[in-house]
Design a protein around this ligand. Structure first.
Ligand code: GLN
Ligand code: ZN
Length: 776
């Protein structure tokens, strides 16, 4: 008989209780005891929930007050000296690493954050240098195990494996990977020994790095280090857990390692099944089969899962297969329950409420996924599973979803089918366009601009809240937003910027704004997913074919352009960013979805152009985020269609219409060619934090478009001096021809204070003018 388990559970709280508790602690409104008791309460709740659902093996230590990588660093005493020197309590030292520490005399920056594999979750990057002394510095994993025991719940502690941990850490100075691996292995052994004393039954060791490309040498290191760590005989079972893909490089080698179980993801790692078929599975190990998607929010298809399990069962004794989620449920919201009628704002868009509520029954968040595991487990016991009511109900729901007319729009499908190469290509070459545009705009050398948003003040947020709560009318709201647009245009004119923006005051979020206006998107009331630390986001759900039913930005941009003689940029979010920051449907290729969004945004582009907007910026902030984990898959599985979807948005514009795009994160060096292939006229990218190293790559790759490598970091409240700004411009001019360089901040200004923004922009324009004088 199969057992069931999960890789991990969300912890931010159904109503974001943990977020609010941690933030209250930061503000000094509650003390550490109160914070800990909130943590304990949340753990009690979700452990009980898991137990009630019939889950056989319940994880612990998946809980964190901020981040699991940070927890691991803290456990291993990987705490850079500057944080230790603050002389704070352990908890405050931990939080100082997470978010920096400012006090009258002290100003220490936080450790950097990076995206966790191909998810939108960000982890804290541990920092190791020659002064780091590895040791056990914390008791959390052991305490939490004991805590669960006290509740009469046997749990499986979860730790991040040594290899993944070190690969994701920042090794500084003359520390080497091999050296750290060797040293740290001893501490991992100590940790296992301690677990042995606690009397645990299972230990989950997460090694998701195994789904990425590995060299022979790395495989050797992996084997050696685990031979060492698992050398002793423990009375608990060690489970090596992988997720987010298949483990093709190391599958064969794992068979001889001393783990008692291996966790494979059969959702994203389709190839894992082939590996199993080809190489078999050792009969002294357990297989944890990830068959319920931990990353998306759709109901599991029992027919598919049972067939998959039957397939797997050909190679392994059923008693040795534990069914599980493909990855931690951290990446999905808690529960569909409060969604009852879905956000009212959606309903206004569609005529058919019944169809809409059918989508709710086809959603499955963390709690519902627990139930799915328990039902699948039960069905697997029945020979005639197809006759069981749970199975029939599941298949009925999926059938209703498939047949729901809202997910299929014939016109859109035909349009996509009929796309031709010219729909992806601008008529004239970049060079020709540049000449025409130079004549149209007559911008000065080194044109100055911003990325789009201006500070979203309390006043603006309140306006939106009032509109939602119906305490002001739509007309009143719009008038006030128009006043703000006038103000911000005047401000930009006074500062002397060359290309202006309307400030994006009408948008709370660059994806949600468009999602709410397009057909095919659904918004949850409470579908929060942790993005990092205390931040949670509510990703939209793409359930059906995407269609634009009316212009989305036209009135705002036209209004803005009417206020000034300088060009105002039309401001749109690109298809890949909209897709990457949503939960996609699973019954259609990502490529098709991206093209549908691309066509919708393309219609807006043409409307803007025909109303006299001459510069249009299409943001692809999240372009790099979903790059596949294996380089081999980069093009076919992503870039080829992602770049095309962007091109689809603007292929039809006139030569004199200037297309801008903006991208966040500066790690573009490996995809410069693809960025070039986007064929935008002007790119603004985040570069200030990476010492402009991207510029060398652009130069070496013969990048011909105009470019604005953000000249200061908007993520920090620091205001750069004019000298510093001039210096940055000079560095850029070494690498970029002066007729191609734009001057702008490195991202939107919405999170900054207005005074900071004014001062920084004034200085940016002054610095530019000084350099211009020298150039002339
Ligand atoms: N245009 C958006 C803004 O200025 C871009 C934001 C982003 O890149 N994340 O806010
Ligand atoms: Zn940005």
């Amino acid at each position: 008989m199969n057992k069931s388990t999960i890789v991990g559970y969300p912890r931010i709280g159904v109503n974001r209780e943990l977020k609010f508790a941690v933030e209250s602690y930061f503000k000094g409104n509650i003390d550490s005891n109160e914070l800990f008791s909130t943590g304990k309460k949340l753990r009690d709740e979700y452990w009980s929930k898991q137990k009630e659902s019939g889950l056989d093996i319940i994880p612990s230590n998946d809980f964190s007050y901020y981040d699991n990588m940070l927890d691991m660093a803290f456990l291993l005493n990987i705490i850079p000296q500057k944080y230790k020197d603050l002389g704070l309590s352990p908890l405050d030292t931990y939080f100082a690493m997470a978010r920096g520490y400012q006090n009258n005399s002290k100003d220490i920056r936080a450790l950097p954050m990076k995206k966790w594999f191909n998810t939108n979750y960000h982890y804290i990057v541990p920092e190791i240098d020659q002064n780091t002394i590895f040791s056990i510095n914390d008791t959390k994993p052991f305490d939490l195990y004991r805590e669960s025991k006290e509740l009469n719940i046997e749990t499986k502690p979860v730790i991040i494996g040594i290899f993944t941990f070190l690969k994701l850490s920042n090794l500084k100075g003359n520390t080497t990977f091999e050296h750290c691996l060797n040293k740290l292995a001893n501490i991992y052994i100590d940790i296992l020994d301690k677990f042995q004393q606690e009397g645990i039954k299972y230990l989950q060791i997460d090694e998701p790095i195994l789904v990425t490309d590995l060299t022979e040498y790395e495989i050797e290191l992996f084997k050696n280090v685990y031979d060492k760590i698992l050398n002793k005989k423990y009375s608990f079972k060690t489970l090596l857990q992988t997720y987010f893909g298949d483990i093709r490089d190391i599958y064969e080698n794992l068979q001889n390692l001393k783990f008692n179980g291996i966790g494979l993801d059969f959702v994203e790692g389709k190839k894992n099944l082939t590996l199993l078929q080809k190489y078999g599975f050792p009969d002294n190990k357990i297989l944890i089969a990830g068959i319920v998607n931990g990353k998306n929010i759709w109901r599991n298809d029992y027919k598919h899962s049972i067939q998959l399990m039957n397939n797997i069962g050909k190679y392994i004794d059923t008693n040795k297969i534990y069914i599980s989620t493909s990855c931690s449920l951290l990446h999905v919201p808690y529960t569909v329950k409060p969604e009852g009628h879905i956000d009212d704002k959606n309903i206004g868009k569609v005529d058919n409420l019944i169809n809409m509520s059918e989508y709710i029954e086809s959603l499955s968040f963390a709690e519902e996924k627990l139930n799915e595991l328990s039902e699948i487990k039960e069905l697997l016991k029945c020979k005639d599973y197809e006759k069981q009511s749970k199975y029939i109900k599941n298949q009925d729901i999926l059938k209703r979803k498939r047949q729901n007319p809202l997910c299929y729009n014939k016109e859109i499908r035909t349009n996509i089918n009929n796309l031709k190469p010219e729909d992806f290509t601008r008529k004239d070459s970049l060079e020709f366009r540049k000449k025409v545009q130079n004549n149209t705009f007559k911008l000065p050398l080194l044109p100055t601009t911003t990325i789009g948003s201006f500070p979203q003040t309390h006043e603006i947020k309140k306006l939106r809240k009032d509109l939602r709560g119906n305490t002001i009318t739509k007309e009143n709201y719009e008038n006030q937003i128009m006043e703000k647009i006038k103000e911000v245009l005047k401000l930009q004119e006074d500062i002397g910027l060359d290309v202006l923006v309307h400030g994006e005051y009408e948008r709370a979020d660059m994806v949600e704004y468009f999602g709410r206006l397009l057909d095919g998107f659904l918004f949850t009331k409470n579908g929060w997913v942790q993005s990092y630390g205390t931040r949670a986001v509510k990703p939209p759900i793409i359930y059906g074919d995407v269609k634009r039913t009316a212009p989305m930005t036209l009135d705002w941009i036209k209004f803005a352009q009417d206020q000034t003689d300088k060009p105002v940029k039309g401001m749109l979010t690109g298809p890949i960013t909209i897709l990457n920051w949503s939960f996609p449907r699973e019954d259609l290729d990502l490529k098709q979805i991206a093209y549908q969004i691309g066509l919708a945004i393309g219609e807006e582009v043409l409307d803007l152009e025909s109303e006299g907007i001459k510069i249009i910026q299409i943001d692809e902030a999240a372009l790099r985020e979903k790059l596949p984990l294996r380089t081999k898959d980069w093009h076919k599985k992503y870039l080829d269609w992602a770049i095309s979807a962007f091109r689809l948005t603007n292929s039809k514009v006139k030569s004199e219409t200037q297309i801008h795009t903006h991208m966040c994160y500066s790690e573009f060096s490996s995809i410069v060619q693809e960025i070039k292939d986007m064929d935008a006229d002007v790119y603004s990218i985040e570069a200030a934090r990476s010492d402009f190293s991207i510029l060398d790559f652009l130069k070496n790759n013969n990048f011909k478009s105009q470019i604005g490598p953000g000249i200061y970091d908007i993520h920090s409240p620091r205001i750069p001096s004019i000298e510093e700004l001039e210096k940055s411009i000079k560095i850029m001019l070494d690498k970029i021809d002066c007729d191609k360089l734009w001057i702008n901040p490195d991202c939107g200004l919405k999170t900054r204070g207005i005074d900071e923004v004014k001062k920084s922009l004034i200085d940016m324009v002054l610095a530019t003018k000084n350099i211009r004088k020298k150039l002339n």
